[in-house]
Design a protein around this ligand. Structure first.
Ligand SMILES: [Zn+2]
Ligand SMILES: [Zn+2]
Length: 252
C-alpha cells in the first residue's frame, strides 16, 4: 500500500512538480512537508541573543539583566511573553509574502509548526487556553479568501493543545496598510482598531490568551489588540508571530 502511495505521489510530482514557496527550487518527494525546501529552513535565523526575557528584543550584553528592556518597559503589565521563531530575513519574508499575497494558504501549516515548536515559556504554557488571531478587515478577507493570522492560529493551537478562537476579537475599523508608515504613524493608524464583541468579554475575564500574527514589525498592531483584550478583562496576553523585524539586522 505504501509502495502504491509512493508511486502515486511520484506520478503526481511529475505532473505538478512541487517547488519551494521561498526559492522555487524543486522540493523532493521525500521532504516531510512539500512546501519549503530544507535549505530555506536552514537559512532562517533565530532572534539574536542576548534577549529581553519578556519580549525577546535584543539587549545590550553589557547592561545589567533586567525583567524588562527599553523596548517593552512602557508596555501594559498584562503583556507577557512575546515570541517569534525567526528574525525577519529573505526566507521568512518570502514565506510571509507567499501566505499573504500569493494565495499559498498551505504554507501556514509548516510556519505554525515552527511557531509551536519554539515554546512560549512555562507561565503561558500553564495558563493559556485560547489562541486569538489578529483580525483582518472584511475587505481584505474578501480579497484573500482567508485571514493568514487565523490560519497560523489554527495550526498553532492544534499543535499546542490550545483552542483557536476567532470570535473573541474583531477589527472595528478598517486601517491603511502599515507597510509605508513610520512607528508613530503605525500606532496612530491602528489605535482603537480592535474590540472584543460583547459576547466575548465574559469569556475573556481573568484569562491568559495567546495572540497570533504573521509578523511583528514595531508591535503597533499587536499592542493595539492587547489593549482591546485587556480593556475587556483579559488578565494576560502573550504574542506569537512567525517572524520579527529586528531593526539592528535590517540596517546591516
Ligand atoms: Zn527553498
Ligand atoms: Zn523587553
Amino acid at each position: 500500500m505504501a509502495l502504491l502511495r509512493d508511486a502515486w505521489t511520484g506520478a503526481l510530482d511529475l505532473v505538478f512538480a512541487p517547488v519551494c514557496v521561498a526559492c522555487r527550487a524543486p522540493v523532493s518527494t521525500y521532504e516531510k512537508e512539500r512546501r519549503v525546501c530544507r535549505l530555506c529552513w536552514m537559512r532562517c535565523r533565530p532572534l539574536p541573543v542576548p534577549r529581553c526575557a519578556r519580549c525577546w528584543s535584543p539587549v545590550d550584553p553589557r547592561r545589567e539583566p533586567s525583567p524588562v528592556c527599553r523596548t517593552c518597559a512602557e508596555w501594559p503589565a498584562g503583556v507577557r511573553a512575546i515570541r517569534s521563531p525567526y528574525a525577519m530575513g529573505e526566507v521568512p519574508r518570502a514565506l510571509v509574502h507567499a501566505l499573504k499575497y500569493g494565495g499559498w494558504s498551505s504554507v501556514a501549516e509548516p510556519m505554525a509548526e515552527r511557531m509551536a515548536a519554539m515554546g512560549l515559556g512555562s507561565e503561558t504554557a500553564e495558563e493559556a487556553r485560547w489562541v486569538v488571531p489578529v483580525p483582518t478587515s472584511a475587505a481584505r478577507l474578501r480579497e484573500r479568501g482567508y485571514n493568514q493570522a487565523a490560519l497560523l492560529a489554527r495550526g498553532f493551537a492544534a499543535r499546542t493543545g490550545l483552542v483557536a478562537r476567532e470570535d473573541l476579537l474583531r477589527r472595528v475599523r478598517a486601517t491603511a496598510t502599515q507597510t509605508a508608515l513610520h512607528p508613530g504613524e503605525r500606532r496612530a493608524n491602528v489605535a482603537r482598531a480592535f474590540a472584543v464583541p460583547p459576547s466575548g468579554a465574559a469569556e475573556l475575564r481573568g484569562e491568559h490568551v495567546v495572540l497570533v500574527d504573521d509578523v511583528w514589525t514595531t508591535g503597533a498592531t499587536a499592542l493595539s489588540c492587547v489593549e482591546a483584550l485587556v480593556e475587556a478583562g483579559t488578565r494576560a496576553v502573550s504574542v506569537a508571530t512567525f517572524a520579527r523585524v529586528v531593526p539592528e539586522l535590517e540596517r546591516s
